[in-house]
Design a protein around this ligand. Structure first.
Ligand SMILES: [Fe+2]
Ligand SMILES: [Fe+2]
Length: 299
């Protein structure tokens, strides 16, 4: 997700940049409302903690106790609210991928990996939302949750849908998120924001790897030329994040609370990730990303 200046936020890079995810954009049939996240407690919460441990060990309360001026807190709340939504959208994306893998008869353990990541992302939602809460609560944020899940062209067989979703969600979106989150962790100046980002980036690396496992399982049973077009469109939609002149540096105090890299560092990180972590491994699998001016070529 990006803020109004096009800066990526602490969740995942660019979720929704290709129109997959919807922030109450007013399109036909759109029904947007303030993002509200609820927590049940009791047995569901206890089960989540048992199976996804470690969250309670983070230094909760330390940010709420820190002296932060109102303007800075408001900006950071907006960042972490956007991050929470980005993670929520990632849960919907892995859920859609899981369904496509089930319909394609994919290996059970591979499908379980995608399903597992849905819960990873829901834990990330909790983490980002709790940081926002420590800063004073969620910022205003209009979303249309009924249009959240990524869609593919109607009529595609399940294996093509699985390959396309794996490519867009993991091979592009998550692959670009990982180095940015690592940089964000280094940029985070507060122990809580640094700990939360470190936990998220630890989980995200396997999220990127899943895409390659799915594509390798699909092998030559999918249309690689079509997937090359899918990849080119997905990458192009993120290009504003790495093009020269995209976004300026926020004040250092804001970057520290939001976990933002410098604008120049972000551009260099993303351009390298596109070439090394996306375009090259796709090419190794016979999926050639059509050359586009805005997409860095494989090095
Ligand atoms: Fe995540
Ligand atoms: Fe992820």
């Amino acid at each position: 997700m990006c803020d109004a200046d096009g800066r990526p936020l602490p969740g995942n890079v660019g979720k929704g940049a290709d129109g997959d995810l919807h922030r109450g954009d007013g399109g036909a049939g759109a029904v947007s409302a303030q993002l509200e996240l609820d927590w049940h407690g009791g047995r569901p919460a206890a089960r989540l903690r048992r199976r996804w441990p470690g969250v309670d060990a983070l230094p909760w309360g330390s940010l709420a106790a820190a002296p932060i001026d109102d303007a800075l807190a408001a900006a950071a709340r907006a960042s972490w609210t956007d991050g929470a939504f980005s993670e929520y959208a990632s849960a919907a994306a892995f859920s859609a991928l899981t369904q496509a893998l089930l319909e394609a008869g994919a290996p059970v353990d591979l499908t379980a990996m995608a399903a597992d990541f849905v819960v990873d992302e829901l834990v990330h939602v909790e983490l980002a939302a709790r940081v926002a809460a420590e800063l004073g609560g969620a910022a205003p944020y209009q979303v249309d949750l009924e249009r959240l899940a990524p869609v593919t062209a109607p009529g595609l067989p399940a294996i093509e849908r699985a390959a396309e979703l794996a490519l867009r969600i993991s091979c592009v979106g998550e692959a670009l998120s990982v180095p940015v989150l690592a940089g964000s962790t280094r940029a985070a100046a507060h122990p809580l924001t640094r700990a939360v980002l470190a936990r998220i980036v630890r989980d995200e690396r396997p999220h990127a790897d899943l895409g390659w496992l799915v594509l390798d399982w699909c092998g030559d049973r999918v249309d690689r030329a079509r997937l090359g077009g899918v990849a080119a469109r997905a990458l192009a939609s993120y290009a504003p994040l790495w093009q020269d002149g995209a976004g300026g540096d926020a004040p250092a105090a804001h970057r520290g609370l939001a976990g933002w890299m410098t604008a120049d560092g972000l551009r260099r990180t993303l351009r390298r990730a596109v070439a090394v972590d996306v375009v090259a491994p796709l090419a190794a699998r016979g999926i050639v990303v059509a050359p586009r001016d805005e997409v860095p070529a494989a090095s």
